[in-house]
Design a protein around this ligand. Structure first.
Ligand code: GLY
Length: 350
């Protein structure tokens, strides 16, 4: 088993091994002193894995209760959050007990936030079942639900007590979920690791996915340890996301997936960086080629001016503008605080 220790929150391990789901109970027993665990899952994942997880947790001597919500981002609401918190109360969970988030990013975000606010905070375990959740959202303690004004606007930093990653669960994922996660994987190569980027170019990620997950989690571990609450370096993880979120919003979060939008955003900001003489020439083409290799889009039929205008409403904006994430070259990224005029100029707009 591969283990990474994250020194954030109370400190926790990320454990990666094929078949780990069947043995998650022992790990959870070591990580928390719970008598009862509430397994929160969604309508896609629960039929596949809930029984396996419950059986393993029960075998470790922890009683389980479970709650399943309808799969999809549309479920990540304050109303569903309250339903989960009420379920935890009705199930009699105490401060010693724990929540287990079994699912993708939506589940981890919402169950994690429920754990953060129930009894002013109880422990929780992440068992991510999508590539995106395994390489990104399950690590680092960002928890949230959406509100009508925007995605993830209501949430908390609340670190998990363990992250249990079983790459075998990716075998049951529809192909587009794998591509979606590859958007974030490519992002790690762009911002921090030229060797990872090259490996993704030269090999097939699906064949080396255990290594890829480990490498991405290790990069994220380092960033989160150095900047848990995103006052600096952690913002690098938003590379491609400011344009990407704007694109997702313009497409009403329906015709383009998160990974696709981030991919398009990475190419867009990198081309702008090249045109401004900030980024090494040819970098955007390299990123576009790698995105294509993993069946991701590289452009979208929307006016650049609309995408850029919408970026002004990003939740990561500052009082002075936006922190743009740019590349010097593959593997080297930096934060460029920019006024809205500077953002427009970068994209060749007035
Ligand atoms: N997904 C970006 C972060 O965790 O900071």
């Amino acid at each position: 088993m591969k283990t990474l220790r994250v020194n954030a929150g109370g400190g926790y391990d990320i454990l990666i091994e094929r078949g780990l789901l069947k043995n998650c109970g022992k790990i959870i027993k070591n990580a928390v002193s719970a008598k009862k665990a509430a397994v929160i899952s969604d309508s896609n994942v629960a039929p596949l894995y809930l029984e396996t997880v419950k059986n393993s947790v029960n075998a470790a001597g922890i009683e389980t209760v479970s709650y399943t919500f309808d799969a999809g981002e549309k479920s990540k609401t304050t109303a569903n959050l309250i339903k989960i918190v009420e379920f935890l109360a009705e199930s009699g969970l105490t401060r010693k007990d724990c929540v287990i988030a079994l699912g993708g990013g939506v589940c981890g975000d919402m169950a994690g936030f429920a754990a953060a606010v129930y009894l002013r905070g109880i422990k929780y375990i992440q068992i991510p079942t999508t590539l995106l959740a395994q390489v990104d959202s399950s690590v680092g303690g960002k928890t949230a639900v959406d509100i009508p004004q925007g995605k993830n606007l209501c949430g908390a930093f609340w670190q998990p007590a363990a992250v249990i990653i079983d790459p075998d669960v990716l075998n049951t994922l529809p192909a587009h979920f794998f591509s979606d996660g590859m958007g974030e994987v490519i992002k790690y190569g762009c911002i921090k690791s030229a060797p990872l980027f090259e490996r993704l170019e030269n090999e097939n990620a699906a064949d080396i996915i255990d290594d890829v997950i480990l490498e991405c989690c290790d990069i994220k571990r380092g960033v989160v340890e150095r900047d848990e609450k995103e006052s600096g370096e952690r913002a690098l993880l938003n590379f491609g996301h400011t344009c990407g979120h704007s694109i997702e919003k313009l497409c009403n979060f329906s015709s383009v997936s998160h990974g696709e939008a981030v991919g398009i955003g990475m190419v867009m900001i990198t081309r702008a960086g090249e045109n401004a003489g900030i980024t090494e020439k040819g970098t955007a083409d390299k990123i576009a080629a790698l995105l294509k290799k993993y069946s991701l889009k590289t452009e979208i039929d929307l006016p650049v001016s609309d995408i850029v205008k919408n970026m002004a409403f990003d939740k990561k904006r500052t009082s002075n503008g936006i922190n743009l994430i740019l590349l010097k070259k593959i593997g080297e990224s930096f934060i460029k605080p920019s006024s809205l005029d500077e953002v427009n100029a970068l994209f060749g707009l007035k």
